[in-house]
Design a protein around this ligand. Structure first.
Ligand SMILES: [Zn+2]
Length: 258
């Protein structure tokens, strides 16, 4: 807990200097920003604990006349890792030319998303609803909207009744991954993830993971569809949602998931 507080304080105190929106300027700022990020206790803890490659990189986004920045932590299996420099370079390449979608495609591939769904996600035109919404829409009438907003004491079953009966639910295997409706590749991939998780953890925990992932995506898609950009905060989807922010080790000590 103390480490988390300290990490939050450390992150907030980082000052990012971006002198020029050029490749050189962005590299200088990235190097300095990354050096600060690597001092954060929580990031060091994750690196120590994870049995694979784990690193943090700055992330830049250029919209209109503003540059937004943040940090992202990547986790790779040992043999599948790229280098932090690769990620930073791809990000910087996508900045001056205002071609952020190239970086998003690259990230999609790093995350293991099917190419067809990456293409689907980038089909954005003004005369069709956003892909986020097109991905979710086939399920919209099975979501109990009225149960949303009941706070973190209500169970997620109120929002997604009979979710475990949906065959298509496996396609929603990662937060903010929006599968193309009916995509068999996404479904197959999701089933493999379901099976992999089920061999380690209780079915209840795995079902809740998929339910929360779908619910999270639904709220993001709805916000995009109605012109917002709001990401759900912990507990918005009910008590399981809040609980999922606990460290996995803690979750597994509860009788519900053991
Ligand atoms: Zn697909």
């Amino acid at each position: 807990m103390r480490d988390l507080r300290e990490s939050r304080r450390a992150y907030r105190s980082i000052e990012v200097d971006l002198d020029a929106l050029t490749e050189e300027g962005l590299w200088t700022a990235s190097t300095q920003f990354r050096r600060e990020l690597q001092r954060i206790p929580e990031i060091n803890r994750l690196k120590r604990q994870f049995q694979g490659e784990c690193f943090v990189v700055p992330e830049w986004l250029h919209t209109g006349d503003r540059v937004h920045y943040g940090a992202r932590i990547y986790f790779f299996r040992e043999e599948e890792s790229v280098t932090p420099e690769d990620v930073i370079q791809k990000n910087i390449d996508a900045i001056p030319s205002d071609s952020f979608h190239n970086f998003e495609r690259y990230q999609g591939r790093l995350h293991g998303y099917p190419d067809c769904c990456i293409d689907f996600y980038h089909e954005r035109t003004s005369n069709a609803p956003a892909p986020e919404w097109r991905s979710i829409k086939p399920f919209a009438d099975q979501i109990n909207d009225e149960a949303l907003g009941n706070g973190s004491s209500a169970p997620i079953d109120d929002v997604l009744p009979r979710f475990s009966e949906w065959e298509d639910r496996y396609a929603f295997f990662a937060r903010e991954f929006f599968p193309e409706p009916g995509c068999e590749t996404a479904l197959t991939k999701g089933r493999a993830i379901y099976d992999g998780l089920s061999s380690e953890y209780s079915t209840r925990l795995v079902e809740e993971y998929f339910g929360l992932t779908f619910g999270y995506n639904y709220l993001v898609a709805r916000a995009v569809h109605t012109g917002g950009s709001h990401r759900p905060t912990p507990g918005d989807l009910g008590r399981e949602h809040l609980r999922f922010y606990l460290p996995l080790r803690e979750l597994l000590t509860t009788s519900r998931y053991s």
